[in-house]
Design a protein around this ligand. Structure first.
Ligand code: NAD
Length: 464
């Protein structure tokens, strides 16, 4: 049993049992309850935006505008989308019945799974707990949320505000770290939705296996950006934007860049220019540039710099957990910088001969969460999209693809299992249940019952 300073010892079994009572009583199933909860979530985000963005600023030094755009607004868009499409998602879908089984009806209906557990990371600590919750609520589930203890202010804000707005019988927030997570994972939830690193992803999968609980794993990895043509300065701005927002602690941020030897110096200089345009000559004084989550990650990142030559940026200040947006060249592919997910504001630029070389480089590594191609040639876009295996692909853009609710978001292989956003969020928290319904009046099936004489056999063969 884990102990939480604010709420005392955690009784994970009781947290689940209480939510299960609400689910079993059928409270969460009606469309009206789902709508009411989604609207309440929208009210929470609007009325308490100030408290939420202040917490995000405290945890990650996020500017209020960035916190709104990349966290609050994303959840609002998901909830709006779910409210608009809920009727269609919940509607039964008729399925044709083969003649030999008539009279009968068949249909498919989405049913809630039960009580789901959502475990979040620290980098987008609000969005990555509440966006999955939208899907869980839309699908009619009860839910337990476990925000990351490393984003402590946001975790506290969620624990305070969620019960104020949402049905507290059905939705609970549990604060705490590894111990709380472990206690919760030992319980027989009906689905576990986990966002975080690969190492813990394995722990979650093993724990879920004990109860045969299905999981969604939203993991990370090294997402490449390839620049092989088109407007290099535009590519540089878009890469700098996607990389350095949230001090590059974004799961789909470009981790490294692959480009040709001719383009590499131009691109490196253009990224440095974009950084100056966005954050000024000293990003430390910019209100729009974030901080590293804690000293552990700060030290890890400073050590990673040894993997290449810093060509711009590189300044850092431990007391503030500040690391300047940094571009590196002359990178050793065997160094830790290129072996682990960077998850911080260091951007290595590596050289490849051409697009084919870039695709082969990516193919030799675990499947990334996202892969980006910058080029204005249609055949490049086609080839990259066909040959690169990644959770998602974007052309001439990075990170912003997540703002399209109709596009599923998730990894493949080492970058995750399952995807969400939009309709996909509803589906992962639903069981798609087939129903077959036959009247009793006429028993046409008698033909198929044994014993099978020669007449029946002939008739059956003709009918099927
Ligand atoms: P993490 O795996 O360290 O922690 C995530 C959650 O797991 C936290 O709530 C934490 O309390 C819990 N946890 C930690 N150790 C645990 C243990 N031993 N047993 C059970 N639970 C445990 O991840 P993080 O450092 O918070 O996040 C960074 C990682 O998440 C990066 O790899 C990043 O790419 C990935 N990420 C992925 C997405 C996505 O949507 N695919 C989004 C954001 C982050």
């Amino acid at each position: 049993m884990s102990t939480d300073a604010r709420t005392g010892p955690l009784d994970a079994a009781a947290v689940l049992a209480d939510r299960r009572r609400s689910f079993d009583a059928g409270e969460t199933r009606p469309a009206a309850w789902r709508r009411q909860q989604l609207r309440a979530l929208l009210r929470l985000l609007t009325e308490r935006e100030e408290e939420l963005t202040r917490a995000l600023e405290e945890d990650l030094g996020k500017s209020r505008t960035e916190a709104f755009l990349s966290e609050v607004a994303v959840v609002q868009a998901e909830a709006d989308y779910a409210l608009r499409h809920l009727d269609r998602w919940m509607a039964r879908q008729k399925v044709a019945v083969p003649g030999g089984l008539l009279p009968a009806r068949a249909w498919i209906q989405a049913r809630p799974l039960g009580v789901v557990l959502i475990i979040g990371p620290w980098n987008y600590p609000l969005q990555l707990v509440l966006a999955p919750l939208v899907g869980a609520l839309a699908a009619g589930n009860a839910a337990v949320l476990k925000p990351s203890e490393l984003a402590a202010a946001t975790s506290r804000a969620l624990a305070r505000l969620v019960p104020e707005y949402l049905d507290r019988e059905a939705v609970a927030v549990v604060e705490g770290g590894v111990e709380a997570s472990t206690d919760l994972l030992a319980q027989p939830f009906d689905h576990v939705f986990y966002t975080g690193g690969e190492r813990v992803g394995r722990i979650v999968l093993k724990a879920a296996a004990e109860h045969l609980t299905p999981v969604t794993l939203e993991l990370g990895g090294k997402s490449p950006a390839v620049v092989v043509g088109g407007d290099v300065r535009a590519a540089a701005r878009r890469i700098a934007y996607g990389k350095f927002m949230n001090a590059a602690q974004t799961c789909v941020a470009p981790d490294y860049v692959l480009t040709t030897p001719a383009a590499a110096p131009v691109l490196a200089a253009a990224i440095a220019d974009a950084v100056r345009d966005f954050y000024g000559t000293d990003p430390r004084t910019s209100g729009d540039y974030g901080r590293i989550i804690n000293e552990h990650h700060f030290d890890r990142l400073v050590n990673l710099m040894a993997g290449g030559t810093v060509v711009s940026g590189g300044r850092h200040e431990r007391a503030e957990r500040y690391i300047e947006p940094t571009v590196l060249r002359g990178v050793d592919p065997a160094s830790a910088l290129m072996q682990e997910e960077i998850f911080g504001p260091l951007l290595p630029i590596l050289e490849v001969e051409d697009l084919d070389g870039a695709i082969r480089f990516i193919g030799r590594r675990p499947h990334p969460l996202a892969a980006y191609l910058f080029s204005d040639r249609e055949e490049h876009l086609r080839e990259f999209t066909e040959r690169v295996q990644a959770g998602g692909i974007a052309h001439n853009a990075c990170v912003i693809q997540l703002a399209v609710p109709g596009l599923p978001f998730g990894g493949v292989g080492a970058s995750g299992t399952g995807s969400y956003h939009g309709r996909q969020s509803f589906e992962i928290f639903s069981h798609v249940q087939p129903v077959f319904s036959k009247p009793t009046r006429v028993d046409t099936l008698r033909l198929a019952y044994p014993p099978f004489g020669p007449v029946k056999r002939r008739l059956l063969r003709r009918l099927l």
